[in-house]
Every structure is written in structure tokens, then in C-alpha cells.
Write a protein that binds this ligand. Structure first.
Ligand code: AMP
Length: 279
């Protein structure tokens, strides 16, 4: 496994690959877990070479405190990546990526950016767009793998690729969960014991919402979920929304031709958790 921190070095390596070598790319912010590895394993089966980046991207954090406290476990990450036979790891510093101007490009994602996470995390998707576009330029992958755990992000990246005609196939991968249903996340490591115990309530409520969506209208399902969370003092619901998968517009009336998904953001103490489920 080769590890590069410099753009020039990783580009040189990629350029030296035999013509026709397919490159699968998995961008991450490190503190790797089984969710990340499921993406890497899929990339391994579909490509000749797998590149993983580890970069805690400052421009996508809207709270300085969240950036500072984001878990960083680079040594463990590298040994885990070696054990799954990752080929190339790119671990740049913020200076390497942004020089001395840590700033986002401003994007128009046709309104996808204004829904859900966009309402609560100002500038987040400009930060995501900026870093993913830059990483695509550096790594030049044929396929790039993103988790449905961050479904809005996945749709935004597909939109960016389409609008900018970037020659990469974006592949969405299933959400990987703990045995108790909690969606795996680097942030889970920061939960207190008490919050970790109660956190599976999020997925339980999502599955309940999915079941109810079969017979109830969307507003009834939203009310039901909000009431469930009122009974749960350790978790604070930030939003629960049912939206179509394409434009991420909040549902009005059920349309048989549309695919819907329920999206949720919850505070477990200071830790913000997101999840979603297809309906
Ligand atoms: P992150 O390091 O949190 O930025 O995540 C890197 C990639 O892994 C993103 O595409 C995430 O959507 C994906 N990912 C994170 N957690 C999971 C999970 N539990 N299941 C599937 N993919 C995930």
C-alpha cells in the first residue's frame, strides 16, 4: 500500500499506471469503520486499483468546534486500510489542498443544496463540492463510491459531476449499520455510554415511519415521528422529512411514480447524527 501526502506524488503514481487500469476512489474523512470498508470492498471488486483519501475537510464544517473535535485516528486507519488491501492512500494537509486560502467555491446544485442538511449546515455543501471536485481532479477515478448514509451528499455529487461533465461514475452504496441498527459513523465514537445506548432509537423510528407510510399520509407520519421523539428526552430531533429521491423536495401528495425517502437529523447530547431510509 502506498501512502502519499503530496498532490504531485499521488498524481505521478496514478499517471504511471498501465494504460487501461481502472481506478476506484473512496473519499473519506478518516476514523474509518465498517461503513467505509463496505465502500472500499465494493471498489476493490469493480476496479484494478483502489485509492482512498483521508482528509478532514475544513470548508465543510460550519462549526469550528465540530472540526476540532472530529475524531482523527490516522495510524489505525492506515493499518486497517493495509489489511483490506487498499492500493493507494492520499492523506493531504489542508495547506496542500487549499494553499493559504481555505475557502469554498460556490456551487449551484439546482436547489438540492437548500433542502434538509442545507438548512441547518450553512455552506456545508459548497465545502463538500469544493473538496470532491478537487479530489476528482487529482485522482482522476473511473468510479467513485459514496454512502447512502449521506444521501443528500450523494445526490449533490451526482449533480456536480453531471453539471461539470466530470468523467467519473458515481456509485451509491447501502448504509452499513451496527447490529442494533445504528448507522455507522465516525461520530458514534464520541457518543457517551448513555447516548450510545439510546441512539438505535433513531433507526427504530425510521423503520416505524416506513411501515406507517404504507397506510398513512406523509403529515401523519411526520407527526408520529415528532411525537416519538418528544417521549425521548436524551435525543433532540432537529428534522424529520419525507422527500423524493431525485429533487429532495418535501413530499406533498404521494405520487406512485416517485421514490421517497425519510431523512432525519438528531442530537444525542452534543453529537449530531443523521440517517435515512427508503420508503
Ligand atoms: P465520511 O468519512 O464520514 O466523510 O464518509 C466517507 C464516505 O463513507 C461517505 O461517502 C459516506 O457516505 C460513507 N459512509 C459513512 N458511513 C457510512 C455507513 N454507515 N454506511 C455506508 N457508507 C457510509
Amino acid at each position: 500500500m502506498l501512502v502519499f501526502a503530496k498532490i504531485k506524488s499521488v498524481q505521478q503514481k496514478i499517471k504511471s499506471l498501465k494504460k487501461g487500469t481502472s481506478i476506484g476512489f473512496v473519499p473519506t474523512m478518516g476514523a474509518l469503520h465498517e461503513g467505509h470498508f463496505s465502500l472500499i470492498k465494493q471498489a476493490k471488486t469493480e476496479n484494478d486499483v483502489v485509492v482512498v483519501s483521508i482528509f478532514v475537510n475544513p470548508t465543510q464544517f460550519n462549526k469550528e468546534e465540530d472540526l476540532i473535535n472530529y475524531p482523527k485516528t490516522i495510524d489505525t486507519d492506515l493499518s486497517l486500510l493495509k489489511s483490506v488491501y487498499c492500493d493507494i492512500v492520499f492523506t493531504p494537509t489542508a495547506e496542500e489542498i487549499y494553499s493559504n486560502k481555505i475557502q469554498s467555491q460556490v456551487f449551484n446544485f439546482d436547489g438540492l443544496e437548500h433542502q434538509m442538511e442545507g438548512k441547518f449546515r450553512n455552506g456545508h455543501f459548497d465545502g463538500v463540492g469544493t473538496i470532491v471536485k478537487r479530489l476528482f481532479e487529482i485522482v482522476t477515478p473511473h468510479k467513485a463510491y459514496f454512502g447512502e448514509k449521506d444521501f443528500q451528499q450523494l445526490q449533490i455529487i451526482k449533480k456536480m459531476v453531471q453539471k461539470n461533465q466530470i468523467p467519473v461514475k458515481v456509485i451509491g452504496c447501502d448504509i452499513f449499520r451496527e447490529k442494533d441498527g445504528l448507522a455507522m459513523s465516525s461520530r458514534n465514537a464520541r457518543l457517551t455510554k448513555e447516548h450510545r445506548e439510546i441512539a438505535p432509537f433513531i433507526y427504530k423510528t425510521l423503520t416505524k415511519a416506513k411501515k406507517e407510510f404504507g397506510t398513512k399520509n406523509a403529515l401523519e407520519v411526520v407527526n408520529l415521528v415528532e411525537n416519538e421523539f418528544k417521549k425521548q428526552p436524551l435525543l433532540e430531533l432537529e428534522y424529520f422529512e419525507i422527500a423524493d429521491e431525485e429533487a429532495l423536495q418535501p413530499i406533498k401528495n404521494k405520487d406512485q411514480k416517485q421514490k421517497y425517502r425519510a431523512f432525519i437529523a438528531v442530537f444525542a447530547g452534543k453529537i449530531r447524527l443523521i440517517d435515512n431510509i427508503s420508503l
